[in-house]
Design a protein around this ligand. Structure first.
Ligand code: FAD
Length: 259
């Protein structure tokens, strides 16, 4: 069930040139109950209008770097963005009005697939970070294979890349495929890919009887991968999507399409 609460900024750091990792506690001291993959909304006023923006929860239980279970998000800065202006200026100790959790972009208990294809661009990778312990559990329980195909322009924008690499090294059955659209790192790793995720997807040979796919991030990427997976025969309920888009503002301006 969703609730309304204050978030108090505890810590933050830049994890890419225009992405801020922000860790909050709840102002009422309660812990947040959420299912990995869900998001929160922040509520704020901008130019006299009440606005809201959604951010996926990146927190996962057992993270040694987050022993207090702070509520983590990765916020991508969008030029001229209303939430960007607010969140990029926020200092430790400051509060923001929030609600949640929301969303059904979560793992399903009853899935019986052989493989998960997790696909993301930009901050769209954060729901998968939150899912890591659950993924480890389902890999151990039923031998499912998990491929994380993550699109970034450069190594500097490969959010949480070291964490996913370490997880892949520790958990057989999980493969991390960083996919660079602009510049591949000099230190080439076997699982690095070049190009856009929607092009590389075909090389993973999507299979209608074995795969369930999750798509998160840039709406154009989500639409392109959805079309490719549908063409490969995947049933629509087996292609689960979260598009990172702003709601139209009260004046009806076009929605944002952040990466
Ligand atoms: C379910 C859900 C979860 C989300 N989770 C996250 C998350 O974890 N992290 C995150 O960073 N975002 C996330 N988003 C997107 C987020 O909610 C905002 O849309 C985003 O932060 C931009 O908000 P803003 O107010 O700063 O910009 P806006 O005020 O909405 O947009 C400002 C202007 O920039 C344009 N614009 C927007 N994006 C881009 C872009 N990428 N390139 C060029 N121009 C652009 C818009 O069209 C507009 O003209 C999520 C969205 C949804 C629906």
């Amino acid at each position: 069930m969703s609730e309304h609460f204050d978030l108090v900024l505890a810590q933050s750091r830049m994890i890419a040139p225009t992405v801020r990792h922000m860790a909050f506690s709840r102002g009422d001291g309660a812990s947040l109950r959420f299912v990995p993959g869900q998001f929160l909304q922040i509520h704020f006023e901008h130019d006299g209008k009440a606005l809201r923006r959604s951010y996926s929860v990146a927190t996962y239980p057992g993270d040694v770097q987050n022993p207090d279970g702070l509520i983590e998000m990765a916020v991508s800065y969008v030029e001229g963005g209303a939430a960007t202006r607010l969140l990029s200026a926020m200092q430790s100790g400051e509060r923001i009005d929030a609600s949640g959790p929301y969303g059904r972009f979560v793992l399903h208990e009853n899935d019986a697939n052989r493989r998960y294809l997790l696909i993301a661009t930009g901050t769209g990778v954060t729901p998968y970070r939150a899912m890591l312990p659950e993924l480890e559990r389902v890999i151990a329980a039923r031998g499912v294979e998990v491929l994380l195909l993550f699109g970034a322009r450069t190594q500097a924008e490969l959010l949480y890349g070291e964490e996913f690499t370490a997880f892949a090294a520790r958990v057989p059955g999980f493969r991390f495929l960083p996919c660079f659209s602009r510049e591949r790192p000099a230190r080439d790793r076997a699982d690095d890919r070049s190009g856009y995720v929607q092009s590389v997807l075909a090389t993973l040979s999507p299979n209608a009887t074995e795969d369930i796919a999750y798509l998160c991030g840039n709406p154009n990427m989500v639409d392109a991968c959805f079309a490719a997976l549908k063409d490969a025969g995947l049933a629509i309920p087996n292609i689960r999507r979260e598009k990172y888009i702003s709601p139209p503002d009260p004046k009806g301006r076009a929605a944002a399409n952040p990466e």
